[in-house]
Design a protein around this ligand. Structure first.
Ligand code: NDP
Ligand code: GDP
Length: 327
């Protein structure tokens, strides 16, 4: 019989890639899908899997809806990817972020504990939990946490709730501490996609400048398509555990911009405008992950270089913008 997977956040970047990955492995895929006033399924459509997944209406902040989704999907594996995931928004909507990103995970854990305690659970933890730590330039599973945003704080709650349910009730709860990962399906508000979309528009004459905040921040950027495989691998291990998933290379926002602009023969310095509006109340200056444990135990490694990732994103945005301008 096919295994059943329940993905929260199935309409997001990772949810869409993971849905495709699991369908290709023969899983029956269900997704918790919060009601919105306009359709949010474009990523599932882009990957050609919209008609192959079962969408179950529900919001992570609604414990009854989480129970309903577990009852309906009877999952072997639950991937908790749903979240208010944008750091900058978390200062403007801190309570919503705490409820969706933090307590949402607890709602899902409770639903599993009560209805399907043998289901395996994946929690989408994040390198943002390391935040302000400066004395550990290379971050691994033992690096102390110091979140720098309401988003990081909420994720830390969900992270510890997962470990606590593992220790208290023996649930198979895994945490993947994933460093930033991007793709042509990344939300437009995140810096890589904001840059690649702007590069496409500038190249095609539809935009002149690109307004950015702190371009000296450094991130360890990988490709989302590679990272969803690590999530799945965690749930196939004999024991639940916590893993860092990263590339082991860090790059400034400035150098990432350079790659994107140079790909279409443009000079980023002629177009990037520094705009204090995009500075954050507290910044995470440097993220650099050590994926040694994921490599040793999961046999997982990032396959896509930053150059391939950014050029893939620019090319996809060029096609999109061209279509948009033709319409
Ligand atoms: P996205 O923002 O693209 O997707 C988030 C998903 O969560 C969307 O489907 C969204 O639906 C859904 N969602 C938001 N609020 C709720 C809610 N209250 N109830 C149910 N669903 C909700 O994020 P990514 O795909 O990039 O990331 C997946 C997960 O991994 C997130 O938890 C994120 O925080 C985490 N993460 C991501 C990293 C990255 O670099 N991408 C790094 C480390 C962790 P809708 O669109 O309708 O709002
Ligand atoms: P994050 O690491 O989850 O916050 O991912 P983002 O892609 O949102 O931001 C990555 C880094 O880029 C952060 O250090 C931001 O401060 C920095 N940055 C600089 N300018 C911008 C901008 O205009 N938008 C965003 N989203 N980030 C920016």
């Amino acid at each position: 019989m096919a295994k059943s997977a329940l993905i929260t956040g199935i309409t997001g970047q990772d949810g869409a890639y993971l849905a495709k990955f699991l369908l290709d492995k023969g899983y029956e895929v269900h997704g918790l899908h919060p009601r919105r006033s306009t359709p949010t399924t474009w990523r599932l459509e882009y990957l050609g899997v919209l008609d192959k997944v079962d969408l179950i209406e529900g919001d992570l902040t609604d414990g009854a809806a989480c129970m309903g989704a577990v009852a309906e999907s009877n999952p072997d594996e639950v991937y908790n990817l749903g979240a208010q995931s944008f750091v900058a928004t978390s200062w403007r909507q801190p309570v919503l972020t705490a409820q969706a990103t933090g307590v949402g995970a607890l709602n899902m854990l409770e639903a599993i504990r009560k209805l399907k305690p043998d289901a395996r659970f994946y929690q989408a933890s994040t390198s943002e939990m390391f935040g302000g730590i400066k004395e550990h330039p290379l971050q691994d599973e033992n690096t102390p946490f110091h979140p720098r945003s309401p988003y990081g704080v909420a994720k830390l709650y969900a992270h510890w709730a997962t470990i606590n349910y593992r220790e208290s009730f023996g649930l198979f709860g895994c945490c993947g501490i994933l460093f930033n990962h991007e793709s042509p399906l990344r939300g437009i508000e995140f810096v890589t996609r904001k840059v690649t979309d702007a590069v496409a528009r500038i190249k095609l004459g539809a935009q002149k400048d690109l307004h950015l905040g702190n371009i000296d921040a450094k991130r360890d950027w990988g490709f989302a398509g590679d990272y969803v495989e690590a999530m799945w691998k965690m749930l196939q291990q004999p024991e639940p555990d916590t893993y860092v998933v990263a590339t082991g290379r860090t790059t400034t926002v400035r150098d990432m911009c350079k790659i994107a602009f140079e790909h279409v023969g443009l000079d980023y310095e002629k177009h990037v405008v520094i705009d204090p509006k995009f500075y954050r109340p507290a910044e995470v200056d440097l993220l650099l992950g050590n994926p040694a444990k994921a490599k040793a135990k999961l046999g997982w490694e990032a396959k896509t270089s930053l150059e391939s990732l950014i050029t893939m994103m620019v090319d996809a945005d060029l096609k999109r913008v061209e279509r948009e301008l033709r319409a």
